[in-house]
Ligand binder design. Structure first.
Ligand code: NAD
Length: 349
């Protein structure tokens, strides 16, 4: 018999507009939201679609801040806040992946401005009140309703330029959120339903994108999966897998999305004996016989890195990483000792 149903959930108000060409609605949507002048936040390097979206805002454009960087470094936040104080916008429009949206959230945390997101990857950060800032080699994460985007415009057209490898990695990052939501304790049934549908949507679409990055239908289905994974992440508390990824990214500088992809099958294999119902759901969503094996096969079909060593992690890093993970508190279906974490890192190396 399965465990009795018991859960708590809380919703943030967020308007979502999804569809090809939806970016054209940004100006009118800002008017409806009462945002007169918006500062666009993005990563450096010019892309045509961001320039076009910025130009279409006309009088509503307060400026463009291209300071976003992976893991939201504190010095980038300080520089962006100086720009915010200079141009005094009414809202922040993040155009990009988790890095751009992460910087917008850090601004919102400090200046209480509404965040509007136009995601261009599959990370799913746009649906959450989760923020992260890296300072002195440590990534500090938290939840705050002020950082949750008030409006999200999903336009699959702007994801067409996302390279196959980045698409695959950010999609696996989203799948990792959905997987950990499936076995999170006390989680809303909306989260598990969204998570299972997200895993099915992304695992079906990502191999098609890697085979043909111009596949518009697969892009749309992947973005739909990313949206659902973001909802699952917002409603669930993440476990061992995310704690390990935050340590490896924040302290050892490993690339966020690829680290998720490499580590996920190993952590799922560790958690499997303590979460059989969730594992069956993950396997079914993947169309695989077993959850960890299905994730490993998906990684291989997406030609993602398969070892932490490929990402720059070394055997001499294992003890320190295991100590940092063990010193943290986090929920997980199976208690992991420092020796367990060392074993997972060794297997993933
Ligand atoms: P990213 O935002 O760093 O983007 C990866 C690269 O792709 C960047 O160089 C970017 O400029 C480029 N890029 C983005 N969209 C593009 C497009 N359409 N075409 C061409 N190039 C494009 O990577 P990510 O995987 O989206 O986000 C990772 C970050 O997001 C991490 O810092 C992670 O911690 C954070 N994150 C946060 C949450 C949350 O809820 N707070 C959720 C998921 C991820």
């Amino acid at each position: 018999m399965s465990a009795p149903v018991r859960f708590t959930s809380e919703w943030q108000r967020c308007r979502v507009v999804f569809g090809s060409g939806a970016r054209a609605t940004l100006g009118l949507e800002l008017d409806t939201l009462g945002v007169g002048r918006a500062l666009i936040v993005r990563t450096p390097g010019r892309t045509q679609s961001v320039d076009e979206i910025a130009a279409a805002l006309k009088h509503r454009l307060a400026g463009v801040c291209a300071l976003a960087a992976p893991h939201v470094p504190a010095n980038c936040v300080a520089a962006a806040l100086a720009e915010v104080d200079r141009v005094k916008p009414d809202g922040i429009v993040a155009i990009g992946g988790g890095s751009a949206i992460g910087l917008a959230k850090a601004i919102a945390l400090n200046r209480s401005l509404p965040v509007i997101a136009l995601p261009t990857t599959y990370a799913g950060s746009e649906m959450t009140s989760v923020y992260g800032i890296t300072d002195g080699g440590q990534k500090r994460t938290g939840r705050d309703p002020r950082v949750a985007p008030r409006l999200v415009i999903y336009d699959p057209d702007v994801t067409m330029s996302l390279p196959a490898a980045v698409s695959a990695a950010s999609g696996m990052n989203a799948i990792a959120h959905a997987v950990e939501a499936m076995y999170a304790a006390g989680v809303s049934p909306i989260a598990t339903t969204a998570a299972a549908e997200s895993i099915a949507s992304l695992s079906g679409a990502l191999p098609l994108i890697v085979a043909n990055p111009g596949n518009a239908d697969a892009r749309s289905r992947a973005l739909r999966g990313a949206h659902l994974a973001g909802i699952a992440l917002e409603l669930a508390t993440m476990g061992l897998h995310h704690k390990m990824c935050h340590v490896l990214g924040g302290t050892f500088g490993l690339p966020h999305a690829e680290t998720h992809a490499v580590l996920l099958p190993h952590v799922v294999a560790f958690n499997a004996p303590a979460a059989s119902e969730a594992m069956a759901g993950i396997a079914a969503a993947l169309g695989a016989g077993d959850a960890a094996g299905g994730l490993r096969d998906l990684n291989a079909s997406l030609r993602l890195p398969h070892s932490l060593a490929q990402l720059g992690f070394t055997v001499s890093d294992i003890d320190r990483a295991a100590d940092l993970v063990s010193a943290a508190t986090y929920p997980n279906p199976r208690v992991a000792s420092a020796a367990d974490v060392r074993a997972i890192l060794t297997a993933a190396l």
